[in-house]
Write a protein that binds this ligand. Structure first.
Ligand code: MN
Length: 526
């Protein structure tokens, strides 16, 4: 593979333009470092003129010594370009709108005036020693002949690269491909594409642009961005690195390693996704490609049967290649193989008739519309196998929360773990955070658990609404448990969900211990 596609990440600029998202300078620095170790070629750190905090954040990233080229955004004015230089950046992304809608109704400028401003900004940025990527904003709704003139003039003025923004997500793959060819011919510098997801086509349009010769893709982690968002880094990169339908359809197999189309270290994708989701406070939709919770989850019996025999039956990407793990859920679509595999994780191997009885109960519970947790499957299995139900190692004894305006919330939690009681006090940003921090304090050292995901929803309207809490608890050995709890009190319900998750992990670790060699057992007793 010769030419690598340049990944220009704009999570910190266009991603931050997601409604209600704002990163602190410290968060921006942490995300920039994570993007750099992920292997992106360019990081758009921000738009320095928007605020003092933004200027500070961009300056810090510029000074961080990252391997990636660090860009700042600037309108096509000398003042904005000066702010880029003042922030210590070496690269600028300048833009001006070229569609008649923007020219007339936003800028109030003639086509000639816009062309002049674009040329002046590029020339000025070059005179100040900056590397320049120039964008004709709303390119996909601009007059084609005029657009060619603008790009050609920007390149003649010294732009090192030109970018085609599909600002309102109005392009189709065919249209983007044609546009890339035209702009490349007019500008004769490397072309980037910057696609928005208003019609769900951001990734498709980006790939079409690259196939037509674009050298660079503008993307954001988790596809965050204005309105429906930007092209998602994880989708564009996974498609470039792993998709190979022609070869696979001609008797080959799906790719088992990246083809090297980018410099991205794909196994780090999920960690960076989690970081951005946490800092942006934007939950990734469960059915999101590559990074969504369900992207490698299986429930249907037909699918789990296939997966157990050969994962390629229902996965065209090995989850480990993007830092994920596959998981199985029990429910109305469950099948013998999935349930058998779940139970094996807890050291249970029922006979065929027992397994049939367990599956029947799982389906009955699933039919009632419920999520069936591992703990429930294990309990049903114990009943069917005539065994003691699994012991809940961790039980809630006491919960005392204090919260009032102007005071830091505190929580005292007492848990029974096995036969001993353990208590801890912790503070947090709110009563839930304080309570979960106290739990973490108690069990973190014992089970090495951490809360990997927490989400709360109101089930019904009104201030007496029921809330639904779903959590994912993980331990340091890679065990993960998903638990869900519904109740009236958000603190109690949250605590219950987390304790359920911890109990699942404790149960699985108990099974691992039982399966371990005798020598380890002897040591554990001593
Ligand atoms: Mn944009």
């Amino acid at each position: 593979m010769g030419r690598k596609v340049r990944i220009f990440d704009t999570t910190l600029r266009d991603g931050e333009q997601t409604p209600r998202v704002a990163f602190s300078p410290a968060q921006k620095a942490e995300i920039a470092a994570a993007l750099d170790s992920l292997g992106v070629d360019a990081i758009e750190a921000g738009f320095p003129v928007v605020s003092a905090g933004e200027h500070e954040a961009v300056s810090a990233i510029a000074a961080a010594g990252l391997a990636a080229d660090v860009y700042g955004l600037a309108r096509s004015t000398r003042r904005d370009v000066d702010a880029i230089v003042d922030a210590g950046l070496s690269f600028v992304h300048t833009f001006i709108a070229t569609s008649s809608i923007h020219a007339r109704d936003k800028l109030g400028m003639s086509e000639e005036a816009i062309l002049g401003a674009a040329i002046d900004a590029v020339e000025y940025a070059k005179s100040r020693g900056l590397g320049v990527e120039f964008s004709a904003e709303d390119a996909t709704r601009s007059d084609r002949a005029y657009l060619r003139r603008v790009y050609s003039a920007a390149a003649s003025a010294g732009a090192d690269r030109v970018n085609i923004p599909d600002t309102t997500g109005y392009s189709t793959p065919e249209h983007m491909a044609g546009l890339v060819r035209e702009v490349a011919a007019a500008a004769r510098v490397p072309v980037s594409v910057h696609c928005h997801n208003d019609f769900g086509l951001a990734t498709a349009n980006t790939l079409a642009g690259i196939a037509a010769g674009a050298a660079s893709a503008h993307v954001t982690v988790n596809g965050i961005g204005e309105r429906a968002g930007n092209a998602a880094l994880e989708e564009v990169v996974a498609a470039l690195e792993f998709l190979d339908p022609e070869a696979t359809g001609s008797g080959g197999r799906p790719r088992s390693r990246p083809r090297g189309a980018t410099r991205i270290r794909t196994r780090r994708i999920h960690d960076v996704s989690l970081l951005v989701s946490r800092m942006a406070r934007v939950q990734v939709q469960h059915n999101k490609a590559i990074v969504g919770e369900n992207a490698f989850g299986h429930e249907s019996g037909i699918h789990t049967h296939g997966i157990v025999k050969n994962p390629l039956t229902y996965e065209s990407l090995d989850p480990r290649l993007v830092g994920r793990r596959r998981w199985f859920a029990a429910g109305k679509h469950a099948g013998t193989h999935g349930v058998e595999r779940t139970l094996a994780g807890y050291g249970l191997s029922p006979s065929a008739p027992e397994l049939a009885a367990i599956l029947e109960r799982v389906k009955a519970l699933g039919d009632s519309g419920a999520n069936v947790s591992d703990m429930q499957v294990v309990t049903m299995a114990a009943e069917a196998m005539g065994r003691e139900p699994p012991r809940r190692m961790v039980r809630l004894r006491e919960l005392d929360v204090s919260t009032s305006a102007g005071q830091t919330p505190h929580a005292y939690v007492k848990l029974a773990i096995g036969d001993a009681d353990h208590g801890a006090t912790a503070s947090g940003v709110g009563p839930v955070d304080a309570s979960l921090a106290a739990i973490q304090e108690i069990v973190g050292g014992i089970y090495e658990t951490r809360i990997a995901d927490y989400a709360i929803n109101a089930v019904s309207g009104g201030s007496d609404a029921l809330c639904e809490v779903t959590v994912k608890v993980e331990d340091a050995r890679g065990n993960a448990a998903r638990a869900r709890s519904v109740g009236e009190d958000i603190v109690v319900t949250s605590v219950q969900a987390v304790i359920d998750g911890i109990n699942e992990i404790a149960l699985r670790r108990g099974a691992e211990r039982a399966a371990a060699p005798r020598r380890a057992k002897g040591r554990a007793r001593a």
